[in-house]
Design a protein around this ligand. Structure first.
Ligand code: EPZ
Length: 429
């Protein structure tokens, strides 16, 4: 298994191109099941999760192809993929596939909408908490589906088609909102989603669905209205930039010092994390190429954060911010409100010399003057990258094991950081 080896101490300077967002790409790819015509997605990131989902969709009958390299394209350019589900050949998503990637459960919505039935394995345990799917099933039920749990599978049926309805989520759920959107797009009549997730990836999915002929209004706010249409067509859509990748590199330069341009991302996507970094002493300047992040000379100030649904501080940047706070002057409190048990990085950061105490859903981080390199590993991708950030300033060598977690969500991480001066290599194993 590959490892990432880092020698800490180098500042980061240069340009980091930001890839297409993993968490937008996945629901967009799944939306291809809604039509028998071609969906073309540009700026698709090169990630293990994208490849895995392509295999899963292939099982349902989606033909998937990636364009070859074009004139003027660089390694950093996103890929263009064509997805076409001319015929759905299988409405079952088996355990072996769904258990590898939670988001693949979301195929339940387009399969049900198009075929009147679906049988999708419940995703099961997950490293960052229980992560149930009750709200996703509730949304489908509100649109007229019957639901049965049988042998570890959710069996959903709507033989006469889905019917628009009112879905009010008791809790903000990104996956629930994606599922509700995809199911309602071709339901008879209109659907109202209340307390919808406002994440930019939801708005991106709605945007693509509208290009396919859907009638969705209000995505990006907490109330979404969908007027069902009889059928959806093919479309061309460009995947929005990855705000979590951008926030991760912003946090990395805050940690090492230096000056980085995050190319291709707008400040609006990462407003709250940038505010937290600014409070910590980082200088931020937006321009038409992206966002510049710099920290020169000054130390890192301790800042408290609590995760919240968008536009709040993202849970997917919590581990990275905690890594930064391990070197801050003073004590910071980091509260995780979205997922219980998303603190696996705490023990590993401690191996590098961090002082962190857990009190329920809050980590109390006492900043230290130095971290020291060590072998570490983590069980999810954001936790893994927090260890990379810590390794960038740790004295000596840090080896991050189980790199496949990083490959699920970060495109060419070691190349992007290496090009900006980090001493980081991948050791094949
Ligand atoms: C999405 O997961 C993201 N995944 C996650 O990113 C992200 O952390 C999360 O949203 C929150 O922003 C993708 O987009 C592929 P939720 P999702 O439904 O949709 C509870 C990463 O590292 N809940 O918004 O699964 C749930 O337990 C990943 O890229 C229910 O109770 O998250 C959680 O507490 C990790 N019942 C909260 O809602 C349900 O039926 C929010 O989860 C569904 C969710």
């Amino acid at each position: 298994m590959d490892r990432i080896q880092i020698r800490g101490g180098a500042k980061l300077n240069g340009v980091i191109p930001i890839s297409g967002a993993k968490n937008a790409a996945l629901p967009l790819m799944i939306a291809s099941l809604l039509t028998d015509q071609m969906l073309t997605l540009e700026n698709l990131p090169r990630l293990a999760d994208v490849n895995q989902l392509a295999r899963i969709l292939g099982n349902h009958g989606v033909d998937y192809s990636i364009d070859g390299k074009r004139v003027g394209e660089e390694a950093a350019s996103g890929q263009t993929a064509h997805l076409r589900a001319r015929t759905i050949v299988d409405t079952t998503a088996p355990y072996e596939l769904v258990s590898k990637m939670r988001a693949s459960f979301w195929v339940i919505a387009p399969l049900l909408a198009r075929m009147g039935e679906a049988r999708v394995s419940l995703p099961g345990g997950c490293a960052i908490g229980t992560r149930p799917v009750d709200l996703l099933l509730m949304a489908l039920e509100k649109l007229g589906a019957t639901i049965e749990i049988d042998g570890g599978y959710a069996v959903v049926k709507a033989p006469k088609g889905l019917v628009g309805g009112e879905i009010e989520f008791p809790k903000v759920t990104v996956g629930g909102t994606h599922v509700a959107l995809m199911a309602a797009a071709t339901a008879r009549g209109s659907t109202l989603i209340e307390n919808a997730a406002r994440e930019p990836e939801v708005a991106d999915l709605a945007d693509c669905l509208n290009k396919m002929g859907a009638r969705v209004r209000g995505a990006g706010t907490s109330t979404i209205e969908i007027q069902g249409v009889a059928r959806l067509n093919g479309a061309h859509h460009r995947v929005l930039p990855d705000r979590i990748e951008a926030g991760t590199y912003a946090t990395a330069v805050a940690m090492t010092g230096g000056d980085i341009l995050l190319e291709g991302v707008g400040e609006d996507l990462i407003k709250r994390p940038l505010e937290a970094l600014e409070e910590a002493g980082v200088t931020i300047v937006g321009d038409n190429r992206g966002v510049r992040i710099a920290r020169n000379g000054a130390g890192i100030d301790a800042v408290d954060v609590a995760t919240a649904p968008f536009p709040g501080f993202p849970t997917d940047l919590q581990a990275q911010f905690m890594a930064l706070m391990t070197r801050a002057r003073g004590t910071s409190r980091i509260t995780e409100t979205i997922f219980e048990n998303r603190f696996m990085h705490v023990q590993e950061l401690a191996r590098l010399g961090a002082h962190i105490k857990l009190e329920g859903d809050t980590a109390i981080v006492d900043g230290v003057d130095r971290l020291r390199g060590a072998p570490v590993m983590a069980t999810d991708l954001r936790a893994s990258v927090s260890l990379v950030i810590a390794g960038l300033v740790a004295e000596g060598e840090t080896t991050v094991n189980r790199v496949y977690h990083l490959d699920r969500g970060f495109e060419r991480l070691e190349e992007k950081l290496g090009a900006c001066g980090a001493d980081i290599i991948r050791v094949p194993g």
